[in-house]
Design a protein around this ligand. Structure first.
Ligand SMILES: NC(=O)c1ccc[n+]([C@@H]2O[C@H](COP(=O)([O-])OP(=O)(O)OC[C@H]3O[C@@H](n4cnc5c(N)ncnc54)[C@H](OP(=O)(O)O)[C@@H]3O)[C@@H](O)[C@H]2O)c1
Ligand SMILES: *[C@@H]1O[C@H](CO)[C@@H](O)[C@H](O)[C@H]1NC(C)=O
Length: 377
């Protein structure tokens, strides 16, 4: 049986689903000859480690208990029966992880899995790469900080997987890597990469006011607690940056043109969420409605997309032909059109659910399994 030792950073919706998948896939993985050995789990405050990182693991009962405690909104440090595990504070956890990485990196290997939503993990991730460890990310932040950090993270391309950073479980990164490695030049990528904005734009197209659509989306749990986190476009811009860098563009977040759907005077520092929902949003209704109408007169539809084209990399509203994959998009699916020499007239289209804890965690798990050949028997 092949052992893959791993440390999970982040125990939110995605991290917990990953732990549940790992536990429920034991038999399946055993048939594949693989065992995922979870040696540590962290949240924003602490790191829990098995006492013997060389041989032992956090067993399945313990992992279930971790999920229970975390879904109650509690901290890992509140775990009752720690057995022979040890808890470290956030300030100690970086050195601890690096210690383990330098021991395991030379022997059994180690996968450091980032399911946090923090930029604080970037430091430890860039360091373990040089210690011979593998990195798996759902978190976009480490890949979208400086070019120096990016270069470090991808310096051993076989050791990094980050499928879930763009389009959740959809095979976006792997498809692009296949096209790139076959020497087929990609000249254009255009995609709707926010489930929330996809939903909002297709509802607005049906004539509903933006304000009403956003309120409904928020009440259905489709948006972030502050919907401006979706409407501002920053999350889409991070995904666009990851794709652009994959295509070899040497750019950073600040060189991406980002169109926000709300103006500066409605920014979080200026207006409360409640004020924005009750008084801000309605002021945006007319403008969007007019743009939808104008697009429609041109035979087009309005979509919130990322475009990577030549030296252009931007994120915002675009008029697109009704009769294209993006034009036909309804609801919260993600859709990506990829144009290359081989996919010239007819783009490669990748479409499906682009969010959700379960699908995102499944993407992370598949990434981990994809690394198995790097671990010794
Ligand atoms: N959910 C989706 O549909 C989806 C889709 C694609 C990608 N993603 C990405 O997947 C990641 C996780 O998403 P999520 O929805 O699970 O987020 P979440 O519910 O906010 O969970 C984040 C977790 O990270 C922990 N954390 C924060 N800072 C940390 C640090 N410095 N070290 C270790 N852990 C830290 C948090 O700890 P506390 O519990 O102590 O706060 C929390 O457990 C995000 O980067 C997100 O962008 C999510
Ligand atoms: C994902 O998990 C978070 C945290 O537990 C939860 O608030 C959210 O509703 C979940 N999302 C979905 C789509 O189930």
């Amino acid at each position: 049986m092949k052992n893959i030792p791993l440390i999970l950073m982040g125990c939110g919706g995605v991290g917990r689903h990953l732990l549940q998948h790992i536990v429920s896939c034991r038999l399946l993985h055993a048939k594949l000859g693989v065992h995922l050995r979870v040696v540590g789990v962290s949240d924003s405050k602490s790191l829990v480690l098995t006492s013997d990182v060389i041989k032992a693991e956090l067993n399945d009962n313990f992992l279930s208990e971790v999920c229970r405690v975390k879904s109650d909104g509690s901290s890992l440090s509140k775990l009752n029966d720690l057995g022979d595990c040890k808890v470290f504070s956030n300030s100690e956890s970086r050195t601890k992880i690096l210690d383990i990485a330098s021991v395991l990196g030379k022997s059994t290997g180690l996968a450091l899995v980032d399911c946090s939503a923090s930029s604080e993990t970037t430091g430890v991730l860039t360091q373990v790469v040089d210690l011979g460890c593998c990195v798996v990310l759902a978190n976009k932040k480490p890949l979208t900080s400086t070019l120096e950090d990016y270069d470090k993270l991808v310096s051993y391309p076989r050791r990094i997987r980050h499928e879930s950073t763009v389009g959740a479980g959809l095979p976006v990164i792997s498809s692009l890597n296949r096209i790139i490695s076959s020497g087929d030049p990609i000249h254009r990528i255009i995609g709707s990469l926010s489930g929330t904005l996809g939903y909002v734009m297709s509802e607005v197209e049906d004539g509903k006011p933006l304000s009403q659509v956003v309120k409904t989306a928020k009440s259905l749990g489709y948006t972030e607690p502050d919907p401006r986190d979706d409407l501002g476009g920053m999350d889409v811009a991070r995904k666009a940056l990851i794709l652009a860098r994959l295509l070899g563009r040497r750019i950073s977040l600040d060189s991406i043109k980002i169109e926000s759907l709300y103006p500066k005077e409605m920014e979080p520092g200026v207006m409360s969420v409640q004020d924005f929902m009750e008084n801000g949003l309605v002021k945006l209704d007319n403008n969007i409605q007019e743009r939808v109408k104008k697009a429609s007169l041109n035979g087009n539809v309005l979509r919130y997309v990322c475009v990577i084209d030549g030296s252009r990399c931007e994120v915002g509203l675009q008029e697109l032909p009704k009769n294209s994959a993006l034009g036909r998009l309804r609801g919260s699916d993600n859709v990506l059109e990829i144009y290359s020499r081989c996919y010239n007239e007819q783009p490669l289209v990748i479409q499906g659910a682009g969010a959700g804890n379960d699908t995102t965690a499944a993407g992370v798990l598949a990434d981990i399994l994809d690394l198995q050949d790097l671990f010794p028997l």
